[in-house]
Design a protein around this ligand. Structure first.
Ligand code: KIV
Ligand code: ZN
Length: 431
């Protein structure tokens, strides 16, 4: 039985835009954003209610299918944030997290009450390590709690997700029993987290293939992946899980989340966009809004984005080395696999002037600023940029204007002439 054709109705319910399964050779993957739950619970990333609401509106504009808005039982502020998001953000499904305890589920249901479309996301660990060391319960008690929680949650909404925490380190036979039981109890999405970021991509793909094949009622639920980044594999693992049959990915803006974080939403989305030849899947994300959404999160949390962060880091499309600048000016495809504007990054910040820059980039930036330089002037400005770059991280437009003014004063005209022969390529610092 093929889950993804059997479950058409439910799939269309979540996917409010973009490609639809069965209508295209590109299969649609549901984006479940957990920035405001797993992300927000990480040190340094906590947000007040107003900031959470602002972020939720941005996630809606970005096109995520599901916003996990918080963990209502955790605090009154968390509950209030979920309630305000449920009331104010109408297009996406709004999800709230709950342990399997009745109080958790009832509080989640209360907070979600104003939502147009709500999901209760209940979770319980299934690995023997978590059962014995943390929860101190037996496998049978675990199974009963999971089924009772899903049954209770279904009284409040017909959209219930169950997560088997530490699924990737759980006994496979027991995990399959739990999954079958929760689906029979009415669970519509089965999330199998790699809670501690331990899995490898090939392993996770096989894991989902095996489980979806073995669980007899798998066709009645959507399978989901939730990967942590402890080994830096969260995105690779999530992509492998998609190849193994999952159709929901749990991820966060800038990859924020517990410890090393969750799979980064922007990296997942762009991997699918840039490599449909290897990964024939797509999402409903408006990729042009990725950069501003990442920046908004950084502003609201006062946590900077790593400069070389893929897709949204300030260096993700920046070129300082002369050879690269020359290539990009001739044809951007030489060093770029996607366009900065496709993810909302500015094209103008692409060429960074510094001590590694080349003559071609210096000239091009001068032209952008309105200066048409003679070959001799280009030579002198280029050398001035290189030597200023020895003392500065980068050289801005103001610096460049001052250099051009200096070069164009009569006193420096003869110096310009004497340096004109020095280099004709000018790939920058020692290259
Ligand atoms: O990492 C995890 O297992 C979780 C679950 C609560 C989904 O965050
Ligand atoms: Zn998690």
């Amino acid at each position: 039985m093929d889950l993804f054709f059997v479950n058409h109705y439910r799939f269309d319910f979540y996917c409010t835009q973009g490609h639809h399964e069965g209508m295209s050779t590109t299969a649609r993957v549901i984006v479940f954003d957990t920035t405001l739950r797993d992300g927000e619970q990480a040190p340094g990333y906590s947000l007040d209610v107003t900031s959470k609401l602002t972020m939720a509106h941005a996630l809606d504009a970005l096109g995520v299918d599901i916003i996990e808005a918080g963990f209502p039982i955790a605090s009154p502020a968390d509950s209030e944030a979920v309630r305000q998001i449920a009331a104010g953000v109408r297009r996406p499904v709004i999800a709230a997290l709950a342990r399997t305890r009745a109080q958790d589920i009832e509080e989640a249901a209360r907070a979600l009450a104003p939502a147009g479309r709500s999901r209760i996301h209940t979770f319980l660990a299934t690995s023997d390590l978590h059962l014995s060391a943390k929860l101190r319960i037996t496998r049978d008690e675990c199974l009963d709690s999971a089924v009772s929680a899903v049954t209770l949650a279904r009284n409040f909404t017909d959209d219930v997700e169950f997560s088997a925490e530490d699924a990737t380190r759980s006994d496979r036979d027991f995990l399959c029993r739990v999954i079958e039981a929760v689906i029979n109890a009415g669970c519509t999405t089965v999330n199998l987290p790699d809670t501690v970021g331990y899995a490898t991509p090939d392993e996770l793909r096989e894991f989902f293939e095996e489980i979806i094949t073995r669980v007899p009622n798998a066709g009645r639920a959507i399978f989901s992946t939730h990967c942590h980044n402890d080994l830096g594999l969260a995105v690779a693992n999530s992509l492998a899980a998609i190849q193994g049959g999952v159709r929901q990915v749990e991820c966060s803006i800038n990859g924020i989340g517990e410890r090393a974080g969750n799979a980064s939403l922007e990296e997942l989305v762009m991997a699918l966009r840039v490599r449909p030849d290897r990964l024939p899947f797509d999402t409903g994300i408006r990729s042009q809004a990725l950069f501003e959404t990442s920046q908004l999160l950084s502003t609201l949390t006062s946590e900077p984005v790593q400069a070389n962060k893929a897709i949204v880091g300030r260096n993700a499309f920046a070129h300082e080395a002369g050879i690269h600048q020359d290539g990009v000016l001739k044809d951007a495809r030489t060093y770029e696999i996607m366009k900065p504007e496709d993810v909302g990054q500015s094209v103008s910040s692409r060429l960074v002037l510094g001590r590694h820059s080349g003559r071609h980039a210096v000239q091009s930036r001068c032209e952008t600023l309105g200066f048409t330089l003679t070959p001799a002037e280009v030579g002198e400005v280029y050398h001035a940029v290189i030597s200023l770059g020895e003392h500065r991280k980068s050289i801005g437009d103001g610096d460049l204007r001052r250099i051009v003014d200096r070069v164009r004063t009569p006193a420096s005209a003869s110096a310009a002439a004497s340096t004109a022969h020095v280099e004709t390529v000018g790939y920058g610092h020692g290259v």
